[in-house]
Ligand binder design. Structure first.
Ligand SMILES: [Mn+2]
Length: 461
């Protein structure tokens, strides 16, 4: 990668006009934040936009500049890029599998080209970070955004960052911008009251605690863990070591009572893992924890406001935090409303009773259908250890989204490939991660898709 990074640096330095095109998910916005700060620090003028993807229809609208930098996308769309950008300089900083022909003016930095696994070892933000430190070693502080990007792409799936990500994490810790602790894998570690994080802790499913506020409070009482201190709620990050240990032991013990035998030994590995803290952010803020930060960025993209996520990733928190909070509030309201709809309607089993599913039609936004499928998993009347498929209507047909417990992945399930095959069988497309994936299918094919998806998942690997 060294050679390409050197050439990319030269192109950036000589370019008179630069545009950056990035993906609008958490990783893409983190990558955009990194490149923006690199260019600003180098005194370069630039434009940046975040897009859902690159298609023949929108490639024409990406205005031409001397140099176009793509981050967290581009490698999978080389043919489209070639058609539109073959006469100007192009840098692609991506971690997705490259597809299509390269050309002489293209500089592509991608871990797959050096035999590294771009789905696990490094994110789009991580690749952008490599250019950042190549341009100037003082950009090492931007490693914190590379950690946020990796977490946003669930690359810490096995409870830690590995390979090239682990090297970036080392940079971040050495620069004092990130700290890492082995801790309970709660979400909202820096922002939520401890009983709320317990209530929303559903993977593994903890009987009597997951999805139960009173159960969560009773557990804390039993363990003598005060959930208030000096009149304010304590967050999980503020627990003492002994309290964390007692809580971890009890959660593991209880989760084990409710899990299929063959999954028992995996429980501790999904209760405890690495947690990353952004040391320069305010304690208790939404930017203090890497996963909370990435959730904020993700929400802006999902609610058609990626430009706010970009500003936040660039560090303009003072000016844009209020708007971000409004976006998050709307996002949470939509989720709460959708969960109430799900409570009324429930889910049904597939024909072989291996998966659970629901079709929300127009009643739940397709943008959050994956989140809702995940949150429905483990709610009353569902089985936390069967995959959940949620569907919602979109203009072009039906969006499908599947979620499952990480325990099933440890057992060998690969929903992304099953979903890809099943969607293709009914004339649709799909893909994604092993525990979180999605796609789109033609309207009217929902039940057929479910049957195919179930059949694929049940195939002996
Ligand atoms: Mn990515």
């Amino acid at each position: 990668m060294k050679k390409q990074l050197g050439e990319a640096t030269q192109l950036v330095q000589k370019a008179k006009s630069i545009q950056v095109v990035t993906h609008l998910d958490a990783d893409g916005l983190s990558a955009g934040g990194i490149i923006s700060q690199v260019l600003e620090r180098a005194g370069k003028e630039y434009e940046i936009k975040a897009v859902p993807g690159i298609y023949p229809e929108n490639a024409d609208n990406l205005s031409s500049a001397d140099l176009t930098i793509f981050t967290d996308l581009g490698s999978g769309q080389l043919d489209i890029l070639h058609k539109n950008f073959s006469n100007s300089d192009v840098i692609v900083l991506d971690h997705h599998q490259p597809h299509g022909q390269t050309w002489s003016k293209l500089i592509q930095v991608n871990p797959h080209l050096i035999g590294k696994d771009g789905s696990r070892e490094i994110s789009g933000a991580g690749v952008a970070y490599h250019l950042a430190v190549e341009m100037c070693s003082e950009n090492v502080d931007l490693s914190q955004l590379a950690v946020v990007g990796a977490v946003g792409d669930i690359q810490n799936f096995w409870g830690k960052l590995e390979g090239m990500n682990a090297e970036i994490l080392d940079d971040a810790m050495e620069a004092g911008v990130v700290s890492m602790e082995k801790d309970l894998l709660f979400f909202g570690r820096h922002t939520r009251p401890i009983f709320k994080t317990l209530q929303y802790f559903t993977d593994p499913y903890v009987p009597g605690v997951s999805n139960s506020e009173s159960g969560a409070i009773a557990l804390l009482d039993m363990l003598n863990i005060p959930f208030k201190e000096n009149g304010t709620w304590r967050t999980p990050s503020e627990l003492k070591e002994s309290e964390k240990q007692a809580l971890a032991d009890e959660l593991i013990h209880r989760a084990m009572q409710d899990v299929p035998k063959e999954l028992l030994s995996y429980i501790p590995g999904i209760v405890i893992g690495e947690q990353y803290t952004l040391e320069k952010e305010e304690p208790r803020s939404d930017f203090r924890g890497a996963s909370e930060f990435s959730t904020c960025l993700n929400a802006t993209g999902r609610n058609d406001r990626p430009e706010i996520g970009l500003e936040i990733a660039k560090g303009n928190k003072k000016d844009y935090k209020a708007e971000l909070m409004r976006i998050l509030a709307t996002h949470r309201r939509n989720i709460a409303k959708s969960l109430r709809i799900m409570e009324e309607r429930g889910t049904v089993l597939g024909p072989k009773k291996h998966i659970q599913w629901f079709n929300a039609g127009d009643d739940i936004s397709a943008k959050i259908i994956g989140t809702i499928a995940g949150m429905t998993l483990g709610s009353e009347g569902t089985d936390p250890y069967r995959p959940m498929v949620g569907m919602a209507s979109v203009e072009t047909g039906t969006k499908v989204s599947a979620r499952c417990s990480r325990l099933l992945v440890l057992k060998g399930i690969d929903m992304a490939s099953a979903l890809r095959v099943a969607a293709a069988k009914v004339g649709g497309t799909g893909g994604g991660h092993m525990v979180a994936c999605g796609g789109s299918i033609p309207a009217g094919q929902e039940e057929k898709f479910i049957a195919e998806f179930e059949k694929e998942l049940l195939k002996k690997k």
